[in-house]
Design a protein around this ligand. Structure first.
Ligand code: AAO
Length: 512
């Protein structure tokens, strides 16, 4: 009996590590601040057809509306209630999006902000996305409802009520993160409200959650909430499927709280991944691409089955959160395409692609004074739709990294090589490297200041392959470079260091 219970409990939590992707799909994309109507259309016209597995959406629940600064993106990390109307759209639009994305095989993952409500200085009134009245000073949120009894202030031991020292785990869990009213998740009542919110979304058809600020919640508290979650909706998922849980825990080492404490509950964001990848591609601190032969756990990252990996995220692309200056973003497009391709070609972790909007950066003494600017908006603060240009890129300030040919084609590469081992490594002991995935795909990078000119074993069957970076296969021809693989699996590669994209990728489905 004891054994049975253990197996069930262990099995339950392991299941939460499974992203529940539809067959053949491997990568997810964060459509940061997109409207539900645009995501629904994107699933049908682009993500479904191009093999994307899922979308991380911005928080769907009611949030504060901030006027100073004007409508920052971060207002959505300040919940007012669990009503489902937000800057991205109404509950009806959310439901329509979930349905339409599921129908084309694309999962939806919700960014769940359950650690806190709005900031203590959030005022009183109806400046909230569904128009619900609230009072931050009285800690009164009647449309949940939460009252002052549902917050942690009596538990927090710092004078300011704030997290003052990240080396004290009690402060980090019981005090306020940047002034945000910290929910008492030890309370049965609060746990119930949070579980109801998440279950409503599960029943609507979402596949799982990014759990915001997980470091700031006790693992035992979130565990009891996760255990109350329903199985996924059987209209789209196998019976008994558990929601995917990935927890935002920033652990670059050197703090009291480590990512490890959350491994048994679901996956965890591996922040070392983007920080190191950026350092390597920027060639900072003496790093070289050739040192990435043992990339993954060999670099001190968490176990493969626990990791969600990304080049940048919505915080560290603008100097919030952690990772620092090494993080590569769309602002450094050439390096970004290489870093994203490296991540997508490499087997380690559950990969997440970032999709951003442009803003007016204003960097003063290393800090972006405009790090708050929200998505492309109309004068009244409503978010603009995402227009698609004739060349498939996005307009109106939406960057759409996921639509860049090089990145889109590497998402397909990842699907094609899924399950194949890392193989046929080659390096020049500097910044030229190549590796394959079994006999299904091969990629070559030149991040040195001189040309790459070498013949390599690719592991692929002989034939003519289209490079999916400089172009792709269209019908019976390549729109970019062609690579001849001999019957011995060897191929010659030449990559000038001055090329727009100094890397080449070929795979089983890009063969002529
Ligand atoms: C806004 C205003 C605030 C105001 C507040 C309340 O900006 O001035 O007080 O409203 O009115 C987002 C924004 C915040 C915003 C908030 C609410 O980023 O600026 O506050 O919405 O609107 C910590 C957390 C992590 C969090 C990250 C930003 O641990 O969970 O801060 N990320 C999530 C979301 C994020 C969101 C929230 C949480 C809140 O992704 O978008 O905030 O819902 C150390 C710690 C980290 C800590 C960082 C930053 O990191 O380890 O845990 O992240 O500090 O404080 C080196 C170290 C590294 C260290 C880093 C930075 O790299 O190795 O460990 O330095 O010091």
């Amino acid at each position: 009996m004891k054994f049975l219970i253990l197996v069930t409990l262990f099995g339950l939590s392991l299941a939460q590590h499974n992203p529940q992707l539809k067959s053949g799909r491997t990568a997810i994309v964060h459509l940061f601040e997109w409207r539900w109507a645009d995501i629904a259309a994107e699933c049908e016209r682009f993500l479904g057809p191009n093999g994307f597995g899922g979308v991380q959406i911005s928080p769907p629940n009611e949030h504060i509306i901030v006027s100073s600064p004007w409508r920052p993106w971060w207002q959505r990390y300040q919940p007012i209630s669990y009503n489902l109307c937000s800057r991205s759209g109404s509950e009806a639009e959310l439901r329509d999006m979930i349905t339409r994305c599921n129908n084309v095989g694309v999962n939806i993952y919700v960014d769940a902000v359950i650690n806190h409500m709005c900031g203590s200085g959030g005022g009183e009134g109806t400046h909230s996305s569904c128009g619900s009245w609230f009072s931050a000073s009285k800690k009164d949120f009647p449309s949940v409802p939460y009252s002052s009894l549902d917050f942690n202030d009596n538990k927090c031991k710092t004078g300011s009520g704030e997290i003052e020292n990240y080396n004290d785990p009690y402060q980090v869990r019981d005090c306020r993160l940047v002034g945000l009213l910290d929910l008492a998740l030890e309370k049965e009542y609060v746990r119930g409200k949070v579980a109801d919110f998440m279950n409503k979304l599960i029943d609507m058809g979402v596949a799982g959650f990014r759990v915001d600020a997980s470091k700031h919640m006790w693992p035992g508290d979130v565990d009891t909430i996760y255990r109350r979650l329903n199985n996924l909706n059987t209209k789209w998922f196998p019976s008994g499927a558990r929601p995917f849980i990935f927890q935002e825990v920033i652990d670059l080492g050197g703090e009291a709280i480590s990512a490890k404490e959350y491994y048994h509950l679901g996956r965890v964001t591996e922040f070392k991944y983007g920080a190191k990848l950026g350092t390597v591609f920027r060639k900072w601190n003496g790093e070289k691409l050739s040192y990435t032969k043992n990339w993954g756990e060999g670099w001190g990252f968490m176990p493969d089955g626990n990791a969600v990996v990304f080049v940048d995220n919505h915080d560290n692309q603008r100097g919030h959160g952690a990772g620092g200056a090494s993080i590569v973003t769309f602002w450094d497009a050439r390096l970004y395409k290489m870093a994203a391709a490296y991540m997508l070609a490499h087997p380690y972790g559950q990969a997440r692609v970032m999709s951003s909007y442009r803003w007016n950066r204003n960097i003063v003494n290393g800090k972006d004074e405009n790090d708050w600017i929200g998505p492309p908006s109309n004068g009244d603060g409503s978010t603009k739709p995402v227009p698609i240009n004739a060349d498939q890129t996005c307009g109106d300030g939406w960057v759409c990294e996921h639509r860049w040919r090089q990145i889109k084609n590497m998402v397909i590469f990842r699907n094609v090589v899924n399950g194949q081992p890392h193989a046929n490594w080659w390096d020049n002991q500097s910044n030229q490297v190549a590796f394959g995935r079994g006999n299904r795909g091969f990629i070559v990078f030149n991040n040195d200041d001189w040309a790459l000119d070498v013949t390599l074993s690719t592991g692929l069957p002989g034939g003519t392959y289209c490079d999916v970076i400089s172009g792709q296969k269209e019908g019976s021809r390549c729109t970019g470079k062609q690579i001849q693989v001999g019957s011995d699996g060897r191929a010659h590669f030449y990559i000038s260091n001055t090329e727009e994209d100094p890397f080449i990728a070929i795979h089983a489905d890009s063969k002529l």
